[in-house]
Ligand binder design. Structure first.
Ligand SMILES: [Zn+2]
Length: 183
């Protein structure tokens, strides 16, 4: 069974984590979905992370706030509180159309990257991890169904309930390498 774990961005193929030739496989956050998209922390542009990660949403939240378009009725900021992705999500859930557009663009970007992944690997399961997983899940399901190849989009998309997927993943890597060296 092929599974793709997103957010911690890893691919498990036939029960084995895919590493690549020099251990940088499955840097799925840096799949480019646009040639001239927003700057990414990796130095490139248009990567998935530049659209839909927590840092990307924070960037957009700060931009909206600078334009006076983030806070809507029912939202407040403490005097020294930093604007973050949390506020963008809160604005989205409160009916802010600008925040909605940012979230939907993030979901569209993520779905576009995921479709490439589905067409490449044809996994049976796709697991969305992290706090943004529940936010994007239904939008991703809909977009993939509407834009992917029918044969490749018959994938079970679920949201992980793990609280610290990155830490668990890192621990599993250590365990795997330790075991490999032992035997
Ligand atoms: Zn990047």
């Amino acid at each position: 069974m092929t599974s793709a774990y997103l957010n911690w961005w890893r691919v498990v193929l036939d029960g084995k984590l895919i590493h690549g030739s020099n251990f940088c496989a499955a840097e799925l956050g840096h799949i480019k979905v646009s040639m001239d998209g927003p700057d990414c922390l990796c130095g490139s542009q248009g990567c998935l992370e530049a659209y839909c990660s927590g840092s990307a949403l924070t960037r957009e939240a700060k931009a909206l706030h600078a334009d006076g378009q983030l806070l809507v009725d029912g939202m407040t900021l403490e005097p020294k509180e930093d604007v973050s992705a949390k506020h963008l999500i809160q604005a989205y859930k409160t009916g802010n159309e600008k925040a909605k557009a940012v979230i939907e663009l993030g979901a569209k970007a993520m779905s576009t990257g995921i479709i490439s992944l589905l067409h490449t690997l044809n996994p049976s399961k796709l697991i969305l991890c992290g706090v943004l997983g529940p936010l994007y899940a239904n939008m991703i399901r809909t977009y993939i169904k509407d834009h992917g190849l029918p044969s490749a989009t018959k994938v079970d998309i679920i949201v992980s309930e793990l609280h610290e997927p990155a830490l668990l993943g890192a621990a599993s890597l250590v365990l795997e390498y330790t075991t490999r060296r032992t035997y």
